[in-house]
Design a protein around this ligand. Structure first.
Ligand code: UT7
Length: 329
């Protein structure tokens, strides 16, 4: 029988590309404005990867920072899990590319595709390996280059997304003595798979087919439906993660940066003080799987999360999928 070992987050790191794409840059290309985007989403700018810069490149830089933060050698990693839906190529995985580039020959490596919930799914998966003694030094990443996957003619979606990567190192809690994962949840509802999709991006409809439309290779949203789902699910997951605790005991919420209005609506429902919630969507837009680990890393580095603090992480996205965690820093 496997024993259940307490799991801790030993360190974090994040990286975003240099190139800034402002709302005004979009307004020069499509029929939109800085005012519309900022008011409807809270986004002011986002980062776009440079030509040739891929998800594995962003992940690599975030991973190095997380390893240094945790004081762990890449050669000691025994697990690498990457949450992404924008890999460098279909085969093999970003995690295997990273395993080789980092120099982690002992690490089992695989990707998980859970869209904006990708980091939470990767975190929970890696935590299960640690909890059952199958890994002791795990690298968990959420990383995307969504700028490559947007339809620049669809103003309702292209303005939302940005590129970036966030990373965390997991260890048994008695090794790292930080970031104990006290509770977590994952879920999915495939009945909403049409809310966020890229219908022609796989093998059901192929470029040689008569009905093939390259525009449908890109992300398509049913924005209003996603909006409703996101407010409901964010509220529900946070409530579940806070169960057994007084709300005031939770120092910080680290939510998926989907839309500032969605976050604010959920906070209003929860009667949650916005000062205890990380919002950086103005700088990065929605970076999908990267958004929670980037926000978490920023909160750790700028002192908003201190030793002993309780934090709730929450993400939701295409699938539909969602995930949450309660962590004592
Ligand atoms: O992480 C998961 C992926 N994220 C999402 O799926 C995002 C969730 N949804 C949202 O964040 C919001 O629904 C959006 C930001 C996508 C849209 O905001 P909205 O307040 O729901 O606007 P809407 O779609 O109802 O559109 C309102 C109007 C429309 O014009 P008409 O029909 O009223 O004349 C749109 O054509 O705004 C128009 N519009 C724009 N106008 C200027 C849509 N996009 C833009 C734009 N610039 N970029």
């Amino acid at each position: 029988m496997t024993s259940i070992i307490k799991v801790g987050i030993a360190g974090t790191g994040s990286h975003v590309p240099e190139r800034i794409m402002s709302n005004d840059d979009f307004a020069r290309i499509i029929d939109t404005s800085d005012e519309w985007i900022a008011q409807r989403t809270g986004i002011r700018e986002r980062r776009f990867a440079a030509e040739g810069e891929c998800t594995s490149d962003l992940s690599y830089k975030a991973a190095l920072l997380a390893l240094a933060d945790a004081g762990v050698e890449a050669s000691d990693l025994d697990l690498i899990v990457v949450g992404t839906v924008t890999p460098d190529q279909h085969l093999p995985t970003v995690s295997c590319q990273l395993q080789h580039r980092l120099g982690s020959p002992k690490a089992m490596a695989f990707d998980v595709g859970a869209a904006c919930s990708g980091f939470m799914v990767a975190l929970d998966t890696a935590a299960s390996f640690i909890a059952t003694g199958r890994a002791t030094n795990a690298l968990v990443i959420g990383a995307e280059t969504l700028s490559r996957w947007i339809n620049m003619e669809d103003r309702g979606s292209c303005i939302l997304f940005g590129d970036g990567a966030g990373a965390a190192i997991l260890q048994p809690h008695d090794v790292c003595s930080s970031g104990e994962i006290l509770n977590s949840c994952l879920g999915a509802d495939g009945s909403g798979f049409e809310y966020i999709q890229a219908p022609h991006g796989g093998y059901r409809v192929r470029p040689s087919d008569d009905n093939y439309d390259p525009a449908l290779d890109n992300i398509m949203l049913r924005g209003r439906d996603v909006y409703r789902f996101a407010v409901n699910k964010m509220t529900e997951v946070i409530e579940a993660m806070c169960e057994g605790y007084d709300r005031d005991e939770i120092a910080l919420l680290v939510p998926h940066q989907v839309n500032q209005r969605i976050i604010e609506s959920a906070l209003t429902r929860l009667e949650w003080d916005p000062a205890r919630c990380v919002v950086n969507i103005d700088k990065y837009g929605n970076t999908s799987a990267a958004s929670v680990p980037i926000a978490l890393d920023e909160a750790c580095k700028d002192g908003r999360l201190k030793s002993g603090d309780l934090a709730v992480l929450v993400a939701f996205g295409a699938g539909l999928t969602w995930g949450g965690a309660l962590v004592r820093w």
